[in-house]
Design a protein. Structure first.
Length: 157
């Protein structure tokens, strides 16, 4: 499989699982009566755990796929030096680190007492969704947009 296709597939599954977890758990935590939320949680706790595992696995696979895209293909994805450089010296690596923290927190949320699991999972998956912005808009891209739009904005005032 091409590294770009692999990364796109990982991103799709990762983003979809984070959105599903955040939406469902936040909804159950804040908008559903407690008894109904507890009943729904008991029925869907295993699927939620499996979805969190999908989010964690796709996060793990995305670093080698991104390294393969940045480097010279899949051979660089297996090179520890290249992985280290991508992880610690690029914005892709910084975003991956934030995603890794969110994935660990999602898995740890299942170790919380039953009454706190939904809220913990909602917060952890929300953090994962917030960390997605690190991959979408790197600082240099945002700075370029500001420089290009600043003259236009100042002439409008």
């Amino acid at each position: 499989m091409d590294p770009t296709t692999a990364l796109e597939l990982c991103r799709f599954l990762h983003d979809a699982s984070l959105m599903l977890l955040w939406g469902a758990c936040a909804y159950l935590s804040f908008l559903v009566p407690r008894e109904l939320a507890n009943t729904v949680w008991r029925m869907s706790a295993i699927p939620f755990f499996l979805i969190a595992v999908v989010a964690g696995l796709t996060m793990l696979i995305s670093l080698p796929a991104a390294t393969a895209i940045i480097g010279n293909g899949w051979s660089d994805a297996a090179d520890l030096g290249t992985l280290h450089d991508v992880l610690f010296d690029t914005t892709v690596g910084q975003a991956w680190q934030a995603q890794a923290v969110a994935a660990v927190l999602m898995i740890c949320a299942f170790a919380l007492p039953e009454g706190w699991r939904r809220l913990g999972l909602a917060l952890a998956s929300g953090l994962g969704l917030a960390a997605l912005s690190l991959t979408v808009m790197p600082r240099c891209w945002m700075a370029g947009c500001v420089r290009r739009t600043a003259p236009t904005m100042s002439s409008m005032c």
